[in-house]
Design a protein around this ligand. Structure first.
Ligand code: KG4
Ligand code: ZN
Length: 335
């Protein structure tokens, strides 16, 4: 069994994965969403403090599995440094105390393996990674080598939902809140689709975010926004943001043939995005894969699953050598 720890942002999670049959023997996650909600985003210092409370509490319950462990895996990159430290220090201590090999896992690779939690991975594969920290189109070849085809030059897809929710005076995380409001929205407003017509394979959400801000300010001149105003803004914002994703993706699909395409990350839960992607994949006769909803957002099960791949290759690291890497250079993000 492999015990994995995830603490890269605002979720403290521990999983125990059976390496012979992919059974998830233990899984727990304590989310800090409520605590960060009143600030409209993750407050790093608060996140760090909450991890130091939550991780030992979960680990206590994973104790019955200690005798069966073969390795300890932990997210060490990328993420908030003060959050990563909590999980990494716990993993190093476990590795030393229980005399177990230590595995450092790239959080982004963890998200990719959320597609294969209970089975062998199958490549080649195209991947869209949409989370609070990243927006990327990835090309994974038959041997599993990953190249980045597109990324964002400013905010990420999920982060823009969070910031729009904050501008509308709503809570955090904004993704589900905006999606729910949009269900009651009408096409009263419209925001430009970023980089439409621009040939570059790149995402950018700051212009769209700004357009939302300007619209909110305009409406605010006549007093407080009504509930319907908020729904209409959420509707228009979500439509443009999702169209931006599929607009660039359709350029990729026109150039290379993917037989299978996976969508991962917390924001892959978005129903409107899922529908857009289903239409695109249908048109290109491409099979569309999602992780189970429960494992779209950050979790230790995907870290254990990615860790298992490294375990098979005996790709271990000495505790004194495992470092946290808060931000990954795009060119070497998947090396
Ligand atoms: O993968 P994740 O849990 O954490 C990171 O690695 O960043 O993703 C969290 C992000 C947040 O920005 C959240 O607002 C967004 O995913 N998200 C959504 C939805 N559910 C979560 N964005 C759009 N629509 C959703 N339904
Ligand atoms: Zn994530």
């Amino acid at each position: 069994m492999i015990l994995a720890i995830e603490s890269s942002c605002d979720d403290s999670s521990i999983a125990v994965l059976n390496s012979s049959n992919f059974a998830l023997e233990f899984y727990e996650k304590i989310s800090q969403e409520l605590e960060h909600s009143k600030y409209g985003g993750v407050v790093p210092e608060l996140a760090a403090r909450l991890h130091t409370e939550a991780l030992p509490r979960i680990l206590e319950r994973a104790k019955p599995f200690f005798g069966s462990l073969k390795a300890v895996a932990v997210t060490h990159a990328p993420g908030l440094s003060v959050s990563l430290i909590g999980g990494v220090n716990m993993a190093k201590t476990l590795s030393l105390a229980l005399n177990l090999p230590l595995i450092g896992v790239n959080h982004l690779i963890g998200h990719i393996y959320s597609l294969f939690l209970d089975k062998e991975a199958e490549f080649p594969l195209g991947v869209l990674l949409v989370s609070g920290g990243h927006t990327m189109i990835l090309d994974i070849d038959a041997r599993g080598a990953i190249s980045v085809l597109a990324s964002t030059s400013d905010d990420s897809f999920g982060e823009t939902f969070d910031k729009c929710a904050k501008m509308l005076g709503l809570g955090y995380p904004g993704g589900a809140i905006i999606e729910n409001l949009a269900k009651n929205g009408t096409p009263k407003f419209s925001f430009p689709v970023p980089l439409k017509g621009d040939k570059r394979l790149q995402y950018s959400f700051s212009g769209l975010k700004n357009a939302v801000r300007v619209q909110i300010e305009k409406l605010s001149q006549n007093g407080e926004l009504t509930g319907q105003d908020k729904c209409d803004i959420a509707y228009a914002f979500q439509k443009s943001a999702c169209e931006h994703i599929t607009d660039k993706l359709s350029r990729v699909f026109n150039e290379r043939k993917f037989r299978r395409f996976g969508v991962v990350g917390g924001a892959s839960a978005n129903t409107h995005l899922r529908q857009n992607l289903a239409n695109l994949c249908d048109a290109h006769e491409c099979e569309l894969l999602f992780a189970p909803l429960k494992f779209c957002s950050d979790n230790a099960a995907m870290i254990a699953r990615a860790g298992l791949e490294k375990y098979r290759k005996q790709n271990f690291i000495a505790p004194q050598n495992l470092q946290i890497i808060p931000s990954l250079n795009l060119n070497s993000a998947f090396e």
